[in-house]
Ligand binder design. Sequence first.
Ligand SMILES: *Cc1c(COP(=O)(O)O)cnc(C)c1O
Length: 376
Amino acid sequence: MSIPFIDLKSQYQSSKENIDSAIQRVLDHGQYIMGPEVAELESKLATHVGVKHALACSSGTDALVLPLMTKHLKRTDAIFTSPFTFFASAEAISLAGATPVFVDIDPKTYNLDPVKLEEAIQTVLASGTLTPKGIIPVDLFGIAADYDKISPIADKYELFVLEDAAQSFAANYHGRKTGSLGDAGATSFYPAKPLGCYGDGGAVFTNDSDLHAEMVSLRVHGQGTTGDKYDNIRVGLNARMDTIQAAILLEKLKFYDHEIALRNQVANKYNELLKNAVVTPFIPEGQSSVWAQYSVQASNRDTIRQALDEKGIPTAVFYPTPIHRSTAYRHLGYPTNCFPISEQVSTRIFSLPMHPYLSDEQIETIATAVISVAHP
Ligand SMILES: *Cc1c(COP(=O)(O)O)cnc(C)c1O
């Protein structure tokens, strides 16, 4: 018996008929680009997240780039983000023309530390080389960053907040949904994300109608909304979502809440079995996770991973290298160990198989294998 790290096949089998006929409808009507399913999905996503506008687009990365492009950023503009995230959180800042400024994470949630955020803003202001413009908090592994602390800091220094909700689509944050917690929110529908399509896809959420209108134009080469379609009014992207992906997501959104409930059952069972063996995930009061990953910490991580690998149990490390140490950002000149929490967590963290269709028996097999070798 081999255990998959994520199980997209079981998910597809469980709603094969609906997904097949949704795809067939697109093949039949033939509007492969910006067909009716795209607008229908946008409306359903906006309702699900609790915002005025959702804009479907080509990837989570483009969902970060599109709102940033509306800010007309310069290399001397600073956007603050976490160094302990997927590369795209920082890459989007560079693609939009600004400079990422990293801020260390909270040791329990692995999300941006609001106290260190304010310190970093003050340091940038004092140095006078960069101008603070915005913050991209990341909702890592499925739980929201601390927006109740981050938003007042953003207001105080007049910075915009772009939520990177690529791993957290519609997680609960004190009665609100992730994606709606900043001036704009970006999510990804990459297949392995909690809500995944069958290719690349993403979406931007916002209550700001002007921002939304500008992104509608940017998504299709900066086209004008009235008049001559070939008189482009700004420089944009080709960042549309394929109609087929929208059709698949419309079907998958129907059972998303059910799948999140199943993911929570898996996480609860892991927590119960592993709580004395490793550092299990911390979920702050008033929040819930959508479990993009089930990540734990142990001092002998590499030994545990090897022992699991020998038993056919896959694991992964998110993330072995904090972004400021990646080759692409070495030129920013961050000294070694300037973000001690990110550095330390990156040597101890690893993720166990997580998907809605893990059986109790599989969870027990995995937990037993961890417990037999783990040192917390
Ligand atoms: C996956 C991911 C992205 C990028 O999404 P893509 O759809 O792969 O472009 C951005 N930020 C985070 C935190 C992610 O996990």
